[in-house]
Design a protein around this ligand. Sequence first.
Ligand code: EPS
Length: 385
Amino acid sequence: MTAGESHGPRLTALIEGIPAGLSLLTEDIDGDLARRQRGYGRGGRMKIETDKVEITAGVRGGETLGSPIALTIVNRDHQSWLDRMSPAPMPATPEALTRPRPGHADLSGGLKYDRKDLRDILERASARETAARTACGAVAKKLLAAAGVTMFAHVRSIGEVDADCPPLSLENAADLAARARASDLSTVDPEAEAKMREAIHTASHAGDTLGGVVEVCALGLPPGLGSHVHWDRKLDGRLAQALMSIQAIKAVEIGDGWAGARRRGSQVHDPIAYQADTHDFVRTSNHAGGVEGGMTNGAPLVVRAAMKPIATLRRALGSVDVHTKEPFEAAFERSDIAAVGAASVVAEAMVALTLADALLEKFAGDSMTELLRNLSGYRSQLAAY
Ligand code: EPS
């Protein structure tokens, strides 16, 4: 669970269910927070914030205790918003924001929560909240890494510029991950990165914004996370929910996704083979993106999410003032032009949280010792199958 408004005092996150004995340092989290902040096309706010996590509960001497973990991230910008965003009553009522931006939560949230100052909605709806999710995701990734699962995310496209990316394999995964990490726009293709920058620059000059597609990959997952027996336990459904919940995400696909709908079954399903030396059932291709029947199948997980262009436009679209009911151009507040690289880091966090949940559901354990013993017992069971 996260709490916090964009220009409020701080973001807070509570994580429950991490077993005792997982090594956890602020450095494990701060790297991802920094990655989420970077990228050409981010707005002025990112020059104000330098996100660092403070761990305030659930960890002692660098190890988790099995109790709820509390994380906080200070909003430095709050200092400039004390007259408008203080939790305590303010000396003067702040001027109400009454011009909802098309594409944002402003109007629907104002109607639903009966708030006449739309700032009450936009402050929480803001993608600032994803800093807290990123921090939680870093903890989930630490848990997954202890279980032998590695992950990375990268940007597949921004606007109409596609990155050239070879199909993921066990051999090229580390190289792709390193390339994405080294890239300011989190993409594995330097030529595309230059074109993406150009596209962002051009959109910015036109007072416009851009979206894109991000991809998250996870390797080392045992088969059988998730379930085929109940719709709400299917891993693909849970991944879709987690990714779709990220601000501005409008579509999610696993493996071949939408493209598979145009092909024949023989081109879409992955043949099964047996690898005698490792006692593993393997797939000779990975169109399924590592999920079949709502469960991991042991192949790399590949999931993508599409981000719409950011809703706050300098060249504003038509809107209506909720107070006067007169048409106005929507309010412009400082904004990003494109935040697809940031979305890739958040997507990685949301996939990590979903996978960590599924891992704990199957293998449980109050301590890491217990969790890893359960996992190792399962792996022995698979080898003897
Ligand atoms: C956001 C608007 C901008 C973004 C913000 C998300 O913030 P501000 O209104 O302060 O200029 O920079 O993103 C973040 C603060 C962040 O940490 O990602 C919005 O309206 O969603």
